[in-house]
Design a protein around this ligand. Structure first.
Ligand code: AMP
Length: 212
């Protein structure tokens, strides 16, 4: 199964991608996590991406398409993958088509903007492995410590309120048009993100025909 998760920043794509990945045994491919890792390690790619990421803008299509192409060519992606945060522009979707990648479903997680803004303030991510948490909806067992790897969980710089507004406007302008793009192919399905992670997961699994 090759899946795309669509949805505004903070809608819960990463959390649901982790759940689908664990259930189906296919990797979650998050361009945001890959870029954050590159920034953390100070690589050439990271240096190019850093300013755009911190201001809430998108990293250039050229850079992101390059890293995505390399990632899906890795052996663990041979039986399917979940794209989380890619494509984010029509140009990226066209590039994916041009690579000959067959997409089975595009799952949109819809959450109204006012809920997104409230949620983002509680979001935390692991500095070590990139796993995502929320202080209220998906807390770690020990505060500030990642359940998966024991790393430190922190607030993302781009989850600051003013940057969140910028990211939502970038989403409306650049990414939301992808709904129309995938609607035409008949592959778009939408679920409304619920307050509880488990409730959204149930809807997501039902929509994808996965047994919970
Ligand atoms: P995310 O973790 O998916 O919210 O991504 C965090 C940031 O990384 C975004 O605000 C962008 O600056 C950058 N980014 C991640 N994925 C993409 C993409 N597909 N295209 C452009 N920029 C991206």
């Amino acid at each position: 199964m090759n899946l795309i998760l669509l949805g505004a920043p903070g809608a819960g794509k990463g959390t649901q991608a982790e759940a689908i990945s664990a259930k189906l045994g296919i990797p979650q491919i998050s361009t945001g996590n890959m870029l954050r890792e590159a920034v953390k390690n100070g690589t050439e790619l990271g240096l190019k991406a850093k300013a755009a990421m911190e201001s809430g803008a998108l990293v250039s299509d050229e850079i992101v398409i390059g890293i995505l192409k390399d990632r899906i060519a890795e052996p663990d992606a041979a039986n399917g993958f979940i794209l989380d945060g890619f494509p984010r522009t029509v140009a990226q979707a066209e590039a994916l088509d041009a690579m000959g990648v067959q997409i089975d479903k595009v799952l949109e997680i819809y959450v109204p903007n006012e809920r997104i803004i409230a949620r983002m303030s509680g979001r935390r991510v692991c500095e070590g492995c990139g796993a995502s948490y929320h202080v209220e909806y998906k807390p770690t067992a020990v505060e500030g410590v990642c359940d998966a790897c024991g790393g430190k969980t922190v607030q993302r710089k781009d989850d600051a309120p003013e940057t969140v507004l910028e990211r939502l406007s970038v989403y409306e302008e650049k990414t939301a048009p992808l709904k129309g793009y995938y609607e035409k192919t008949g592959k778009l399905v939408t679920v409304t993100g619920q307050e509880e992670v488990a409730d959204t997961r149930k809807l997501v699994f039902e929509t994808l025909g996965i047994e919970g």
